[in-house]
Design a binder for this molecule. Sequence first.
Ligand code: DQA
Length: 148
Amino acid sequence: MRLLVINGPNINMLGIREPSIYGKEDFHALQELVRKTCSQEGIEVELFQSNHEGAIVDKIQSAYGVMDGIVINPAAYTHTSVAILDALKAVAIPAVEVHISDVKTREDFRQISYAGMACIKTYMGLGLDGYRQAILYLKQYLNEHGVG
Ligand code: DQA
């Protein structure tokens, strides 16, 4: 089983950026958590982070025929990007949305998620553990749908 884990803009600033909202753990810790979870579960993983919308669209397209599942935190592009929504729909790879913070309790402009419309599940407000839970959920979902 192959998973692609995508992080959008400013997620590389974890640990520095607004620690009261996003926590004190840095981006390296997030990457290590994802790698450790996948290795324990026998999953091949590729991690990708970009601050650029088009680069994220390109990466989603490149997953077609290659990846079995996608975990995505589109960060601020969650609330603006129809292009990322369309890319997820185009490749039709099962995707799970993750947000470190509890977006539901934040500003009005964060209340819409375009990418989430193409995702089978969303985890939010669980800190970095949301990524671990998303990976476990996707593994179970893919197993149930015949991907070993
Ligand atoms: C975020 C929530 C977004 O609203 C925000 O723009 C981010 C991070 C989260 O993980 O909580 O950059 O996706």
